[in-house]
Design a binder for this molecule. Structure first.
Ligand SMILES: C[S@@+](CC[C@H](N)C(=O)[O-])C[C@H]1O[C@@H](n2cnc3c(N)ncnc32)[C@H](O)[C@@H]1O
Length: 163
């Protein structure tokens, strides 16, 4: 087993070295846990969902496939938002895309039923950034809304995309 993991790590490094896109620690092709939590938190398909630091994840594809109609993907990286747009093709017109920093963006007050963030909050290493993020959550999530934030645990990766 150990040998197999070692070979896999070697293969990923080799593929990365020749410029191929390779899965990294936190990457999952589908965010099943997030989807299940969002399904539990929402009461209808028109509920407003924002995926903060959505990156290149397929969560938005899977939400659209389940019939959700009010989805916003926010990411600080224009590249990530472009990848999402290209991947979705015409369906990308059905979502709101925001290239923005979650700590400084001025989101409308009380609009989101669900705030979802998987593996973005941990980028905020300064206390002021975290406080600003929390203020944005408190402002933009509806009263009675849901906030789903997952970050790396104590045994998770010690680095994310080299940072
Ligand atoms: C580790 S990736 C996770 C992507 C996706 N949520 C997933 O689970 O596969 C973190 C994402 O957060 C974004 N990000 C980092 N800091 C951010 C910030 N301050 N505001 C918005 N997005 C941010 C990064 O650009 C990146 O796309």
């Amino acid at each position: 087993m150990a040998r197999r993991i070692e070979s896999a790590a070697f293969l990923l490094t080799a593929l990365g070295n020749i410029g191929m896109r390779v899965p990294i620690g936190w990457y999952r092709p589908h965010l099943e846990t997030s989807l299940a939590l969002i399904e539990r938190a929402t009461t209808g398909r028109s509920d407003a969902i924002i995926d903060v630091g959505g990156g290149e994840s397929t969560l938005v594809d899977d939400l659209l496939a389940r019939g959700y109609q009010n989805i916003t993907v926010l990411d600080i990286s224009e590249t990530a938002i472009d990848v999402c747009k290209k991947r979705l093709g015409a369906a990308s017109e059905q979502i709101h895309r925001l290239v923005a920093n979650a700590t400084v963006v001025e989101l409308e007050a009380g609009v989101y039923d669900v705030w979802h963030d998987r593996a973005a909050f941990h980028f905020l290493t300064a206390m002021e950034q975290r406080a600003a993020y929390v203020r944005n959550v408190a402002r933009s999530v509806k009263r009675g809304g849901h906030v789903i934030v997952s970050t790396f645990g104590p045994e998770g990766p010690t680095q994310c995309s080299g940072r």
